[in-house]
Structure formats: structure tokens, C-alpha cells
Design a protein around this ligand. Structure first.
Ligand code: GDP
Length: 295
């Protein structure tokens, strides 16, 4: 997943893992290497710097150099801080509504439609929910077709209205359809553009105001590194979303988005996408991710 970052961190922590004598000098050198590895993974400079400062502070606070196994304690401190940076505890979806409405936001190509299908499938098969998918991309007929294909694949109904060019009205009609037909979750797939623009922001903000979803998820391609973080910030400023979905983590991503996004927008990563198939969805657990990164 983050092969490059994992290799570099492994090298950085090598001396500490080796149970050799550990000195203030090699702790400092290790932290420098850790910071370099984070920067190479496209983590924002300030986040990487603050991260190593916190690790250092903790290490001093716990008198690392005088403990029996200083190397292991240092590795643990790095792992704990990495977990905190990515969000601490895992956070689930708020499914309290009747029906619960989940609004998808994000740029075109980020994986919204695919993830809408994955989430519907997950809620249906793992949480015994009856989800409805709603197609609100009025600009690309192909996007509506794509959602119908996905819906058929997973056996979930898709609500669309091809004659209607008002996404707000379609989303409201979708929620009304769900209420009238016993669906307990509504997943609204929206249009995205290739870059953040005012028209898209106004549209998604209008949908958000009209349907007041229990969950607004921001979907972002993990391959895009710091760009992902900047896009997240722009969407969060408008929507104050509830959680992030990081897609395409099956590729050889550098890791910057996964590590930085929580501290920039202060919203948890809730799910990850790890492939094109409907089953390629995982709940995001910061500590498991830290384990994977540190190997
Ligand atoms: P949308 O424009 O945001 O709705 O994006 P799509 O859902 O159409 O996804 C864009 C492309 O990314 C499609 O080719 C998807 O198959 C692909 N895709 C989506 N999620 C993932 C993922 O987790 N891993 C990989 N490898 N590809 C993905």
C-alpha cells in the first residue's frame, strides 16, 4: 500500500529496532530520517515537523534512554503518534435517521460512484440495511448509467430522473421515494468536476441544505497526495462534512493524504477503497493503518 514510506520508516527505525545501545545522537538522527520519510510521502512540512517534535517530547518525557528497551519504546511512541495523527479511534457512520441520508461529495474521478455502490453493498450485506442509491449527476448521462449498472450488480435499487435537470429536486424526490418505500438508508451520488469550482460548490451546498443529510462524506483519490488535502479543505469549508473516504489505496500511493488529511480538516477518515470491485471497501482503523505503515 505505502511501500515506499514503509521501507523508509523501517530503515529510519532500524537502529532502534536493533536493540543496540541507543544514544541521544541516534535518536535525533532517527527522527530526522522519520521526518524525511514523511516529507517524501507527500506529508505537509508543518505536519511532519510537528509530528517529530511530538515524538521527541514524548520520548524525553518517558525517559526513553534510561529504559530497558529504549528502541522498542521509541517505535511504540512513533506508532502511537502516527495513529493519533490519522484519527485515534475508528469512527462509524451516523445511521440514526429514518431514513439515514448519506451525501457523497468530491471531484469527478475520485471514485464517488464506485464508492456509493460499495457502501450500499456493505450496508446491505454487513449491516442488514435496505439502501437506496440516488443518481444526482445531471450533466453526465453516463454517470447515471454507471450507477444503474452498479445497483444491478449488487441488487440495490437506483432512483434517477433523466428528464430532470435540478439535482436538488432529484435528491429530495429520492429521499421521499425512500420514505414511501421502506428504504432505511439513502445514498446520494452527486456530480463532480475535475477541479474545485464555484458552480459545483454551490450545487452541492444547495443539495446539502435541502436534504440535511445525517452523513456527508468527502471522497478523495489517495494517489493525489497534498492535492487531496487541499481539495478536502475546500469541500470542508463549504460543507463541514462528517468524514473522509480515501479511495485507490490499492495503488502504490505515497501515503501523504492518509497521514495528513485528519489534521488539516479535523474530520475522520471513515472508509477506504482498495480496488474497483464492490467488495473492495474497508472501515478505516487508524491503529491498523499505522501497523501497516510501520510494518
Ligand atoms: P466518480 O467520478 O467520482 O464517480 O468516480 P468513479 O466512481 O467513476 O471512479 C473513477 C475511476 O476510479 C473508475 O475507473 C473506478 O473503477 C476507479 N476506482 C474507484 N475506486 C477505486 C479504488 O478504490 N481502487 C481503484 N484501483 N480504482 C478505483
Amino acid at each position: 500500500m505505502f511501500n515506499n514510506l514503509s521501507d523508509k520508516l523501517d530503515k529510519a527505525l532500524h537502529v532502534l529496532k536493533g536493540h543496540g545501545s541507543i544514544t541521544e545522537v541516534n535518536v535525533a538522527e532517527t527522527l530526522k530520517e522519520v521526518r524525511r520519510a514523511l516529507l517524501d510521502a507527500d506529508v505537509n512540512f508543518k505536519i511532519a515537523k510537528d509530528f517529530t517534535s511530538r515524538v521527541k517530547e514524548k520520548a524525553l518525557g518517558q525517559n526513553v534512554l534510561t529504559t530497558l528497551q529504549p528502541g522498542q519504546l521509541m517505535v511504540k511512541i512513533v506508532k502511537d503518534e502516527l495513529t493519533q495523527l490519522m484519527g485515534g479511534d475508528a469512527e462509524g457512520l451516523n445511521l440514526s435517521g429514518a431514513p439515514s441520508v448519506i451525501l457523497m461529495s468530491g471531484l469527478q474521478g475520485s471514485g464517488k460512484t464506485t464508492f456509493s455502490g460499495k457502501l450500499a453493498n456493505y450496508l446491505k450485506t454487513k449491516k442488514s440495511k435496505k439502501p437506496l442509491l440516488v443518481a444526482c449527476d445531471v450533466y453526465r448521462p453516463a454517470a447515471i448509467d454507471q450507477l444503474h449498472v452498479v445497483g444491478e450488480q449488487i441488487g440495490v435499487e437506483v432512483f434517477s430522473d433523466r428528464g430532470n435537470s435540478d439535482p436538488v429536486a432529484i435528491s429530495q424526490a429520492g429521499v421521499a421515494h425512500a420514505k414511501a418505500n421502506g428504504f432505511n438508508v439513502v445514498i446520494i451520488d452527486t456530480a463532480g468536476r475535475l477541479a474545485v469550482d464555484e458552480a459545483m460548490m454551490t450545487e452541492i451546498s444547495n443539495i446539502h441544505k435541502a436534504i440535511q443529510p445525517q452523513e456527508t462524506l468527502f471522497v478523495v483519490d489517495a494517489m493525489t497526495g497534498q492535492d487531496a488535502v487541499n481539495t478536502a479543505k475546500a469541500f470542508n469549508d463549504i460543507l463541514n462534512f462528517d468524514g473522509v473516504v480515501l479511495t485507490k489505496l490499492d495503488g502504490d500511493t505515497r501515503g501523504g493524504a492518509a497521514i495528513s488529511i485528519k489534521s488539516v480538516v479535523d474530520k475522520p477518515i471513515k472508509f477506504i477503497g482498495t480496488g474497483e470491485k464492490m467488495e473492495a471497501i474497508d472501515v478505516f482503523y487508524p491503529s491498523r493503518m499505522a501497523d501497516r505503515i510501520l510494518g
